[in-house]
Design a protein around this ligand. Structure first.
Ligand SMILES: [Fe+2]
Length: 185
């Protein structure tokens, strides 16, 4: 259905967000399994619980609007999650993988922050203060989750950098060994 009014556009946005939350609920356990840093696992686990609650909030909003909660494929979120999953599954080093999980999770959060900001503003314009309040609550949680990830990244990215140092040293060692072998030959 093509939206022809702000109300219809609002409902479309809610369906998109509803689908995005369900995709995240499905994707997070895999990210939690892949994470090795305890704090990162905990943060993602906590956000999984929050995400379930966020989906419930959207159901409440649909109900108040007299609409059936319906998901409409959020292709943007699908792409972000697919890209994150592909990247994370290719990385062998634990610290670098954790850094990639954070990078991917923050893309998810920023995408949601944008969607919830819009939906909250539409709810205000359409005189739906209860919905605006619920959407604002979720928006706050997404922003907090993003901040937690930024804080974790500060340590984890540094660990990943020192991994680069270790790899360079190994590479240097390999190079000098092979030049020694060539000289000996
Ligand atoms: Fe969310």
């Amino acid at each position: 259905m093509k939206p022809n009014s702000l109300r219809e556009l609002y409902v479309e946005q809610l369906k998109d967000l509803y689908d995005a939350e369900h995709q995240i609920i499905k994707a997070l356990p895999k990210m939690i399994d892949a994470a090795q840093t305890g704090e990162l696992k905990d943060a993602l686990n906590e956000h999984l619980d929050e995400t379930k609650e966020q989906a419930n909030r959207l159901e409440q909003i649909f109900k108040d609007l007299g609409e059936k909660p319906k998901a409409e494929k959020c292709k943007g979120m699908q792409g972000i999650l697919q890209e994150g999953n592909d990247l994370v599954s290719e990385i062998k080093d634990d610290n670098v993988r954790d850094a990639a999980i954070i990078a991917s999770a923050q893309r998810v959060e920023h995408y949601e922050i944008s969607g919830y900001g819009t939906a909250r503003t539409y709810a205000e314009l359409l005189d739906q203060p209860d919905a605006a309040e619920l959407l604002q609550q979720t928006l706050n949680e997404e922003e907090e989750a993003d901040q937690v990830l930024t804080n974790l990244a500060e340590d984890i990215n540094r660990e990943a950098v020192s991994e680069d140092g270790a790899e360079e040293a190994e590479e240097e060692e390999r190079r000098s060994r092979s030049s020694r072998t060539r000289r000996a030959a």
